[in-house]
Design a protein around this ligand. Sequence first.
Ligand code: HSE
Length: 317
Amino acid sequence: MKASPSEAVGRAYCSTANLGAGYDVFGLALDKYSDTVQVRLTQDRRIRIVATGPYGRSLPRDPRKNSAGPPSLALLKRARAKRGLVIIINKNVPPGLGLGSSGATSAACTKTLDDLLDLKLSNDDLVETASLGEKAVSGSAHADNVAASLLGGFTAVYDIPRRVTSLKPTSRLTAVVATPRLKTQPNKTQKARSLVPKKVETKKAVLNVGRASAIVAGFATGNIDMIGAGMRDEIAEPYRESMIPGCADVKRLALEAGAAGVSISGAGPSLIALLDRTRYDPGPIGRAMVAGFAKNNVRSTWFVARPAIGATIIRKG
Ligand code: HSE
C-alpha cells in the first residue's frame, strides 16, 4: 500500500483588498510577491512554525499569533488527525504595506494543508478557514485578502455564513502600487479598522452599493473604466486618509495620469491604481503617485503588478 504523503509545499500571492467601494468584500490577487509554505505532518501534537525569507524575522512563531496557526489547527481538527505540524514559511510578501501579507501566508497554509490532509474543502470553507488567520493577526476575521490569495483574480466575499465568488480579470488590467515610506505602525490594520465608524448613513451605503456593482460589472465584462469608476468609498477611506499623508494628492495625480481608478490598498498605507495597459503606460502613473507623496514631504516607491492566479500546490510527497 502506498503511504500517504506527509509533506506538501504551496504558494499564494499577495493581494489588494477593498478596491474602494468593497470594504471587507473585494480582493484582487497581485503577482508581485508570493509566500510559500511547507507543511510537514509530525507524530506529536505540537504546531511548530519556522519563518524564513526576506520578511521571516518579522513573523511571530507562536501559532496563536501567526496567521498560519489557527487555520492549521482548524484543519487538523476537521480531519480528526491526531498529528502535529512543522510549518516552514518562506515570507516574501512585505508586511504592513496593505498587500495582504498575513492573508497570503494564511491562504498558502490553508491550501497546502487541505491538500495534504485530502480534505477537499469547498472554496467557501477554504476562505472561512483562512480567515481565522486574519483574526489571529488583526483581531478581525475579514476574508477579502485570503479569498483573493486562495482563488486568484478578482474575488468577492458575501453573506452569513460566508460565501465567495471569483472572476478572472481581463488581461488588459494592470495595477500600479505606490507605497509611502512611513514609520512602521504596530497593529496597523487594527488601528485602521478602529477608525471606521460602526454605523453608515443610508445615503453613503447607497453610493457604495452602486459603485461596488459597477466594479463587479466591470470585472465581468472587462470594462476597466467601469471598475475604476467604482473605486471610491464612503465607508472606510474617508476616515483612514489621515493615516496616509498625501493620499488625496496621490489619487488626483494618478487619475490625471490615466489611471481608471485609485484606492487605498487594504488598510494602507499603499495606494493602488488600476489601468488599461493597452491605453496607458504605468510609468507616468507610478511617477505621478510618487510626486503626490513628495508634494507632502513623503518619500515613496512604486511597482507594477498584474492579476495573479490562486494558491497552488508546488510539491507533495
Ligand atoms: N478589508 C481589510 C481592511 C483589509 O481594510 O481593514 C485589511 O487587510
